[in-house]
Design a binder for this molecule. Structure first.
Ligand SMILES: C[S@@+](CC[C@H](N)C(=O)[O-])C[C@H]1O[C@@H](n2cnc3c(N)ncnc32)[C@H](O)[C@@H]1O
Length: 375
């Protein structure tokens, strides 16, 4: 059986997976939680039909298993999961648990699921809470560790209607990431410390002067594009759905003229309607799953004022190319969808990223004719 999430695939294990899972299960961090690996344990584990390999991009990154109480009076299912340590902290554990939880509820008809991390395993508890599990109570001296001492466990449970679907909070993981970066526990993968060269070259080619004009930078992240735009003379507003991004940008540019603020592209402030002479959208909408991506694309155009310009920079994919996001690079049809609400396409280029040859990106420009709002 195969169960799929946005990034992870769960598939039933076979004896061919033994070597990989022995290597992962023997990692010190996992043995600390799961006990010392015993002879023959993995062989028994992989032939159980309730065991799945957790795969990302075709690579096994861990395993997940469920058990079931079949007594009709006490029916429930329990979940156990481990992931290789280098893959921790990216939400993959939450996603694997969510995918299996959905299967147990929808296909196996369970109304109640349980999971029992060690009471001091804060990261695991946080990951299960994101799926909707709630702490019930501490089970004292619940399990014996490899050091021979007894440790407390936390009983957590989830009732069927409490499952948090990943599409219900498509942007929550950004704030988690920015906060982890603040604590020094993660790096922000799109932190390049400079504006996008495709944006810089585009602005330089037309000698863009923002004096007396307003600009909006969508999903501004750490602020490099916003600072560049403000440097061209635009009175610049830059927003991000993650308060952690806004904090980081302000910290990074303490004397900035940019108005950084927290806002959601999916529900932008009404005052921004047709309000900006330049709107910059770089790599934000491609970070959202459907149906949010389509909605986000439709929200960008209405931010452009009469006579204003929208510049979109995004990773590209072929129309028939399947991608497991995030991110979900945009197809030509998705780029064309920015032309809504009276916006007209000016130029769409698909080109090698000058800073990263071999990576194909879109740079697309749209314009709102001066007359389009006067109809
Ligand atoms: C992949 S990063 C790109 C950041 C920056 N624009 C760049 O190109 O480097 C996507 C950014 O969009 C933000 N974001 C995602 N969804 C958003 C939304 N609905 N509204 C505002 N910002 C959003 C994320 O928090 C993140 O900072």
């Amino acid at each position: 059986m195969i169960l799929r999430g946005p990034r992870v695939t769960l598939r039933n294990t076979t004896l061919d997976d033994v070597a990989t899972l022995v290597a992962i299960r023997s990692e010190p961090e996992i043995e600390r939680r799961w006990g010392i690996l015993e002879e023959g344990e993995i062989e028994e584990f992989v032939i159980d039909a309730r065991t799945f390999a957790v795969e990302v991009d075709g690579e096994i990154v861990g395993a997940i298993q469920y058990d079931e109480e079949e007594d009709p009076m006490y029916r429930r299912a329990g979940i156990d999961v481990y992931l290789t340590s280098p893959r921790h902290g990216r939400g993959l554990g939450s996603e694997a648990v969510r995918v299996l939880a959905r299967y147990l509820i929808e296909a196996r008809g369970h109304h109640r699921l349980t999971i029992d991390p060690a009471a001091d395993n804060v990261a695991a508890i946080r990951a299960y809470e994101k799926v909707g599990f709630r702490p019930v109570g501490v089970m004292r001296s619940y399990e014996r560790g490899p050091d021979g001492t007894w440790h407390d466990g936390l009983l957590m449970e989830l009732l069927a209607d409490e499952l948090i679907d990943e599409t219900s909070d498509p942007t929550g993981w950004f704030e988690d990431l920015y906060r982890a970066a603040e604590r020094g526990e993660a790096v922000v993968p799109w932190d390049r410390g400079a504006p996008w060269l495709l944006l810089v070259q585009w602005a330089e080619e037309r000698g863009l002067d923002g004096t007396g004009r307003r600009a909006l930078v969508v999903g501004c992240g750490l602020g490099d594009d916003a600072e560049f735009v403000a440097g061209l003379g635009f009175d610049t507003v830059a927003f991000d759905v993650a308060p952690g991004a806004v904090r980081a940008a302000r910290r990074r540019f303490p004397d900035s003229a940019v108005h950084y603020q927290t806002a959601d592209l999916l529900d932008p402030p009404p005052a921004w309607h047709h309000a900006f002479d330049l709107v910059v959208e770089s790599h934000t909408v491609q970070s959202l799953p459907e149906p949010h991506r389509r909605q986000a694309i439709a929200r960008v155009g209405p931010l452009v004022g009469p006579g204003g310009t929208l510049i979109v920079i995004a990773s590209s994919r072929d129309e028939d190319e399947r991608v497991e996001g995030p991110p979900w690079p945009l197809s030509r049809a998705e780029i064309e969808d920015f032309a809504t609400d009276g916006l007209e396409p000016v130029r769409t280029e698909r080109m090698d990223d000058p800073a990263d040859p071999g990576v194909r990106r879109w740079r697309a420009e749209f314009n709102r004719p001066l007359s389009s709002t006067q109809i």
